[in-house]
Design a protein around this ligand. Structure first.
Ligand code: PLP
Length: 454
């Protein structure tokens, strides 16, 4: 019997009218079929065929409190009774901005937008206007959204276009004879202007020498360095000791705006994001995903003298639904919930991720499967690889991505929903029962693999 009959039928119906059948390219990658959801509650989600899964996809990150967090839903319902959007100012946006300037160490002021992509777009514009320079340094394997000026080098296995366009093999060569800028900056999608990427300098991340060299060569023309504080999008790789500090030093010394893209790490690593945990003060951060707990909201936060460019009209900040009352209500409710008991929930989520990571490592060992789990706070990446450690993008690229897709598919049959690229998100709603069930499921899958081998 086909377990996913309803989802398949819905996908066929959808394909006739919805381009690609799904609403974001990544979602098409799920095997054996993109699932249709009907409801979510806490750490679990139910599909159209009536199966319930423990959810580690978490809507690609936003559901930091899990599905349908009751107090947040209540606050949203009562706010929505007063209207869904005004196009006028309202106290909710002040309340949220005050909250953010309190909890984010680098935030003197904030500006709201709808998606992480837009937040990055605004941060880059602010940096270019502030410095009157145009070049942007970014890093191989990081993702900063899909706008024309930044979308490159996101070799996600769950994206058809990156396979098609050979982004997977876009390897940086960096040695004494080859300058880092010679890494070709390939558009991330068809239809993207190559010219829009001409100001991008693409460097290997966590490589102090490459960064120093590039800044020495191009520093006076570089507007910004943008980096994920932890390379969550490619292997959950932590910054090497001193690397972000070096980035801070070099940017400060050369008048470059340092942007940390905290769209994943913000409100996940702690209330103050990764920059709060690492005690690094960037000039700007971008935030999104977890901030709204599942409602679309993002933003840029940072230094007053840079954010001031919005106030004086130098940089336009546009968006019909920016800072709308539904989004600000969701964000205030989410942040308040995360703040309870001095932010104790962050340690709990981190412990859940650590227990899962350790359990998965043990399961792989028990079943003679070679793999690595890189955990960073409440997020981790499971990779099947023969590498001894994955601490660079190069090492990450050596994983067996197809085997992981098979693993995700088999875990689905065991009642666990995973993103097919290896990244796991853990929410406040994941407890001991979910962790126990998940590890039992992984052990069953690995045991079957062992039987198949013998
Ligand atoms: C680090 C980072 N920045 C920006 C984005 C883009 O955010 P959005 O998908 O909301 O446009 C993402 C999305 O995954 C991300 O991981």
């Amino acid at each position: 019997m086909n377990r996913y009959r309803q989802s398949e039928e819905l996908l066929n119906r959808s394909r006739r009218v919805l381009a690609g059948g799904v609403s974001s390219t990544l979602r098409a990658a799920m095997k054996p079929t993109p699932l249709y959801a009907v409801a979510g509650r806490g750490a679990r989600i139910q599909d159209a065929d009536g199966h319930t899964y423990i959810d580690y996809l978490l809507a690609y990150g936003p559901l930091i409190l899990g599905h349908g967090h009751e107090p947040t839903v209540e606050r949203l319902l009562s706010s929505m009774r007063n209207g869904l959007a005004y196009g006028l100012q309202h106290q909710g946006e002040i309340e949220l901005a005050e909250l953010l300037t309190k909890v984010l160490p680098c935030a003197d002021q904030v500006a709201f937008s709808g998606s992480g992509t837009e937040a990055v777009m605004l941060a880059l514009r602010l940096a270019r206007a502030y410095t009157n320079r145009r070049r942007i340094i970014r890093f191989h394997g990081h993702y900063h959204g899909w706008s024309d000026t930044i979308f490159t080098s996101f070799p996600s296995t769950d994206m058809k276009a990156s396979r098609k366009r050979n982004v997977m093999s876009q390897v940086i060569r960096y040695d004494n004879d080859t300058h880092p800028t010679e890494a070709r900056v390939i558009p991330g999608t068809g239809g993207q202007s190559e010219a829009a990427l001409q100001d991008i300098i693409l460097l290997p991340w966590n490589d102090a020498e490459a960064l120093k060299d590039a800044v020495a060569l191009y520093g006076s023309t570089v507007a910004a360095i943008i980096s994920e504080p932890v390379m969550c999008n490619s292997g959950c790789i932590m910054p090497k000791p001193g690397y972000l500090e070096l980035m801070r030093e070099l940017t400060a010394a050369n008048g470059i705006v340092m942007i940390l893209d905290e769209v994943i790490t913000g409100f996940r690593f702690g209330l103050g994001g990764a920059h709060g945990v690492f005690r690094i003060m960037p000039d700007l951060v971008t935030i999104g995903k977890a901030m709204g707990g599942g409602i679309a909201i993002s933003g840029v936060a940072g230094r007053a003298d840079i954010m001031e460019l919005i106030a004086d009209g130098t940089v336009s900040h546009l968006g019909t639904l920016n800072g709308n009352c539904v989004a600000t209500t969701a964000a205030v409710a989410t942040i308040n919930e995360l703040s309870r008991d001095g932010g104790a929930v962050f340690a709990r989520m981190e412990k859940s991720a650590a227990d899962l990571s350790e359990g998965l490592r043990q399961a792989m060992k028990d079943h003679d499967i070679q793999g690595i789990v890189n955990q960073a706070g409440p997020v981790f990446h499971l990779m099947f690889t023969t590498e001894r450690q994955v601490d660079s993008f190069e090492a990450f690229q050596k994983r067996d991505a197809d085997l992981y897709i098979t693993f995700a598919q088999e875990m689905l049959e065991e009642g666990v929903l995973l993103r097919p690229n290896g990244l796991w998100y853990v929410s406040a709603a994941h407890g001991e029962a979910e962790i126990r069930e998940t590890l039992a499921a992984a052990n069953r899958v690995f045991a079957r693999w062992g039987e198949d081998k013998s």
